[in-house]
Write a protein that binds this ligand. Structure first.
Ligand SMILES: Cc1ncc(COP(=O)(O)O)c(C=O)c1O
Length: 449
């Protein structure tokens, strides 16, 4: 069994070692405190383990180098922003060439047509629009849903994450009320006004939420990925589609993470028929980009609504959205990197990654388990798979989480912070997986009785 005293002493040792190994990162962090809020350009960066973040000098393929000169195997890949690897050649070439021809002129290029056709082929949605992030894709999709249905509320699932969209940063309270989620900075209104929160896999709660016919859209990942990986029960997607149709509510499927399952995400692999699909993160190799697809029926209604406003839609868009540089990067990513071969190569390696983890779990007899979705893997500190957000939250163990991250980092392996997730990309080798397997075994052994 895990020895909690050892866990505490080992964790302290690892924190000390981290500090010794990274004097330059620490110095930069202290310097940055003078002009960056909390010493970082984005608050999340202080949430990495170690007391200060690694400052990165370069990244290529699946490797990171920090300013102290250490090389890391990167299984985090920017929490999927760089799922296709850092600086892939095809995108680098397309970005460089396009930049010389103009980055942003608020007029379309031919690449936009190519991207629209390709996404239509992959996801079956008729019309496409582009944004600068997945957050924006979700924001714009929900705004269109409200306008088209003339309804105010949206439904999300407990412990979901869809970006920084006010309506989605909410939780289900014990009394069944919608409440503000911890850490939600400055919500404009009480989320109970905008949102109903339902547990994943709970069909009767979903019907209860929809039956007042005041819900514009259900916004859902097809598999929850932001509180560990929580799969849908068999038949849950069918039920969700039937219920949304029954109550004239639109269904928006957020494939931002689940596109790690295949070229058309979970939607294509499982023949889902949503009204809208949203994407982002890696679809332009890490150049900021989002996309949302709309079915023909809803798209025609959206066009009518936008034209009723003299053609200028406010609340959706942005001057940098769909710019020429982003479109070129997206075309190179979709056309040359994120192909069937990408998934054929990397999914078996993800399985191998999990086998390495599972072998150690079995050897030490600890009640942990692994999940996999395409080239995305994860382990949790519980034996049984979780069925909804609350169960997944209850399975979290921050002490273990923090220890595993810092201990792996000190041994040259970067895992995704906030959970134990690893992504496999074209540059990941069998040796990289073997290295993780050995590191995982060693750091677990160090906290056993
Ligand atoms: C499912 C999902 N949708 C949307 C987003 C928002 O992505 P971004 O922060 O790149 O806008 C995230 C971010 O983690 C996500 O996990």
């Amino acid at each position: 069994m895990i020895n909690r005293e050892k866990l505490t002493t080992q964790f302290e040792k690892e924190i000390k070692l981290f500090e010794e190994l990274h004097p330059k990162s620490k110095e930069m962090f202290l310097e940055a405190k003078d002009n960056l809020l909390q010493g970082v350009p984005l608050n999340w960066m202080v949430r990495w383990m170690g007391g200060f973040p690694l400052f990165i000098s370069s990244a290529k393929g699946n490797h990171l180098t920090c300013v102290d000169g250490h090389d890391y195997i990167d299984f985090c890949l920017g929490d999927t922003g760089s799922l296709v690897g850092h600086g892939p050649e095809a995108s680098a070439k397309a970005i460089f060439e396009q930049f010389k021809k103009g980055a942003s002129h608020m007029l379309p290029t031919e690449d936009a047509i190519w991207n629209g056709k390709e996404l239509q082929r992959r996801f079956g949605m008729k019309y496409w629009q582009f944004s600068t992030s997945a957050t924006d894709a979700n924001r714009f999709a929900t705004r269109i849903a409200r306008r088209v249905t003339k309804r105010q509320k949206i439904v999300v699932f407990n412990y979901c994450y869809h970006g920084t969209i006010d309506e989605t940063i909410a939780l289900l309270s014990e009394g069944g009320r919608t409440v503000v989620r911890n850490g939600n900075i400055g919500p404009p209104v009480d989320p109970a006004i905008t949102t109903k929160v339902v547990e994943w896999n709970d069909a009767s709660a979903l019907e209860e939420a929809l039956k007042d016919r005041d819900v514009a859209a259900v916004l859902a990942e097809p598999v929850m990925t932001n509180i560990g990986v929580v799969f849908p029960d068999p038949g849950f997607h069918d039920t969700m589609r039937k219920l949304t149709k029954k109550y004239d509510t639109l269904l928006i499927i957020d494939e931002t993470h689940t596109m790690c399952a295949g070229v058309g995400g979970y939607t294509k692999d499982n023949n889902l028929e949503p009204d809208m699909v949203t994407l982002g993160k890696f679809i332009a190799s890490g150049v900021p980009a989002g996309a949302y697809g709309i079915s023909e029926e809803v798209g025609k209604k959206a066009i009518a609504e936008i034209e009723s406003e003299f053609g200028v839609a406010k609340g959706i868009g942005g001057t940098l959205a769909a710019n020429a540089l982003t479109m070129a990067a997206m075309r190179a990513t979709l056309g040359e990197i994120l192909t069937e071969e990408f998934y054929k190569r990397n999914t078996p390696l993800a399985t191998k990654f999990n086998e390495g983890v599972q072998n150690a779990i079995d050897e030490f007899g600890i009640p942990w388990s692994t999940t996999q979705l395409g080239c995305r893997t994860e382990y949790i500190f519980q034996k049984e798979p979780t069925r909804n957000g609350s169960e997944a939250m209850a399975a979290k163990d921050n002490d273990l989480d923090w220890y595993m991250h810092i201990a792996c980092l000190n041994r040259g392996v970067v895992m995704t912070p906030f959970h134990n997730m690893a992504l496999i990309t074209n540059a990941t080798t069998e040796n990289d997986i073997n290295k993780h397997t050995a590191v995982f075994r060693e750091v677990v052994q160090n906290i056993m009785d």
